[in-house]
Design a protein around this ligand. Structure first.
Ligand code: DX5
Ligand code: ZN
Length: 211
């Protein structure tokens, strides 16, 4: 599966979401940053609501914020398949999981490149998706860290061992040269911004055909 991010330093988000809507992308990935967990800050909720009116694709919301709960209350109003928050946030993880679940939305937890993958294992019985970051959260256009491949493999083995169907998604620096390595390591979903933005229609299909 492919999740298309509308995060870009250059291209207008409205243009991107319209193009993703017309493409074969499985989800639109919303990168929400609070300027605290990350240096940058992204759209307000009102701006996002207007953007999301332009697509009928299901959303894959990625909250890069210190305090996810107040964001979840807003974002739950949108057409989400998944809401993902960070293991490194400042709120109680099980509580955040329950808040998302109570809205009937699937739950994802994301981990930064320097966080040990073992730290997510205690939560695997409660969640639907793990988002492994291939870059430090904050902006699009960074280079994929190859070390992330080992994390994907370890996580895939652990998920197989516990026998639950949990999606492994990989986000940051994905392109046509490293996508296959991520899939071979065990990824089910790839998130991409800058690579897809070069030619949304075509590049979504290039990545999709690698599965
Ligand atoms: C990074 C975001 C990613 C980003 C991906 O902080 O979470 O979703 O938009 O952008 P690329 O694919 O350009 O690395
Ligand atoms: Zn993201």
């Amino acid at each position: 599966m492919i999740s298309g991010s509308i995060l870009s330093g250059e291209i207008d988000s409205k243009k991107l979401i319209i193009e993703f809507d017309k493409s074969n992308v499985d989800y639109v990935h919303l990168d929400i940053m609070d300027g605290k967990f990350t240096e940058n800050k992204t759209w307000t909720f009102n701006e996002i609501k207007k953007l999301c009116d332009l697509t009928s694709k299901k959303l894959d919301t990625h909250l890069m914020v210190k305090k996810p709960i107040k964001y979840i209350k807003d974002y739950a109003l949108l057409n989400n398949e998944y809401i993902t928050f960070h293991l490194e946030c400042d709120e109680d993880i099980l509580n955040v999981i329950n808040v998302i679940k109570n809205y009937g939305i699937k739950v994802g937890i994301s981990i930064k490149p320097d966080t040990d993958i073992n730290k997510i294992f205690p939560y695997l019985t409660y969640i639907d998706l793990v988002l492994i970051m291939g870059v430090t959260p904050g902006k699009s256009g960074q280079e994929f860290m190859e070390e992330s491949l080992d994390k994907i493999k370890l996580l895939r083995d652990k998920i197989n061992e516990i026998g639950r169907s949990i999606i492994i998604s990989v986000d940051g620096g994905i392109n046509e040269n490293n996508a296959k390595d991520c899939i071979d390591a065990g990824a089910d979903m790839l998130v991409s911004a800058s690579y897809l933005h070069k030619d949304i229609k075509n590049n979504v299909n290039v990545l999709k055909n690698m599965f």
